[in-house]
Design a protein around this ligand. Sequence first.
Ligand SMILES: Cc1ncc(COP(=O)(O)O)c(C=O)c1O
Length: 524
Amino acid sequence: MLNRQGRPTQAGAASHEERATFTGNKALQQIEPLIFEIGHHEATGVDIDKPAPFKSRLGKHARQGEIGLPGLSEPETMRHYVRLSQKNYGIDTGLFPLGSCTMKHNARLNEKMARLPGFSDVHPLQPFSTVPGALELMLELARYLMTLTGMPAVALSPKAGAHGEACGMMAIKAAIEAKGEGASRNVVLVPESAHGTNPATAALIGFSVKAVPARPDGTVAVEDVKALLGPDIAAIMLTNPNTCGIFEPQIVEIAAAMHEAGAYFYCDGANFNAIVGKARPGDLGVDAMHINLHKTFSTPHGGGGPGAGPVVLSARLAPFAPVPFIHVEDDGRLHLIETREEAPEGNKPFGRMTAFHGQMGMYVRALAYMLSHGSDGMRQASEDAVLNANYIRAGLSDLMSLPFPDHPSMHEVLFDDEWLKGTGVSTLDFAKAMIDEGYHPMTVYFPLVVHGAMLIEPTESESKASLDLFIATLRDLAMSAKGNDKERFTSAPHHAPIGRLDETRAARQPVLKWEKPAPAKAAE
Ligand SMILES: Cc1ncc(COP(=O)(O)O)c(C=O)c1O
């Protein structure tokens, strides 16, 4: 007997608990084949009139056979995509402890604001005179970002953190070239604990990268930076709080050392959500820092298009900010500067990074978040993010090992795999077993400076009850791992529709294209 996927059903073959169902579904967890596997060329959800006879001008370019697109009726189409959407694990379905990624609640008020037709229907090619409200909103967002970071300028157009890194580093490059040092200052320092995008960005922009060693306590020491400084150093890219969830204690000294050596300080601001309202990067000596609006200001990751990764700039870098940008005329009128030639005196934009000014929906959501929280609310969000991470740390640190126990955690807590030694269970196995318990795993094997890293970031969105359940679940798993229940881990997940994948094969030989299966051979 064949099930919906055309595969032989095993119904009746196994014990009640493990018996496969006729359909392959597990209760409401429905298997969803690819649309190519369930669609038919001849099916369509719409009734289109046959076109009137016409003379084709395509000649030999005219298609000879069927295009082969799968067709479904309207209800089948709805079901297919709704079922696919239900396979997502998201912040709206459960605690999402991915460290460094900051999966916090996307407030519905922000969504409502972004859907106001005056914002959602704006077209980037609309005449400038018809969108003054949108520009005012962008200026207001820029004002908030500059106030919160203590920086005098911001470029709004980058589309994400990594794109913001590129923007900040291009501004640094332009500033170095303007000083006539372009040929000699071509090395960027990147700590070993950095996110992979940092060295990649520096290399993409044409710098060579030198690693700054990580101290045994997970931080960067000013002496190690000073030892690498010279006339060839263009900048350092340093994350603060760093990727181990620790506030860099010597950040001010590091910034001063960079400036003294004629170099710049790029701060990776991915973890700004830990310090909003508590510390201003401008006061720490930062020259450029991207802000992932989807992390710190709760815009959705993805969110119907590209995101937004504005970059705040110091006075030294502000003149090099890319076009387009909004210029406020002396009489208060707003003017959108689109080209280098139009830029007001003193501005030397390094170029343009994006076709248009940015992702309006993200700007609206981020500003709605800021206005609805107020300054006290944003400060409390940072405090609660730190409190929640430390609550998890306190709830687990008797069972799981902390690589840097002497530093308090900021918004995320980092464990290593020391505590798993001798159990036969790896960090990956532990993460997979979390899926069986209904949790998306934490970030694993990052940062690389820690063996078998497990980086947990609960964010401020989680209630005490939700944190307690998470801690209790991880405690249960940890005790199982220590109690020799290897099977719970090494072949996990057991309850997910798809079990353990060969991740190496998936990475090395990805199947990116659906191939039509060969027709089944007739039964003998
Ligand atoms: C420390 C750090 N830097 C940079 C990035 C890149 O940001 P994005 O994913 O927005 O490009 C991330 C993303 O997770 C990050 O955690």
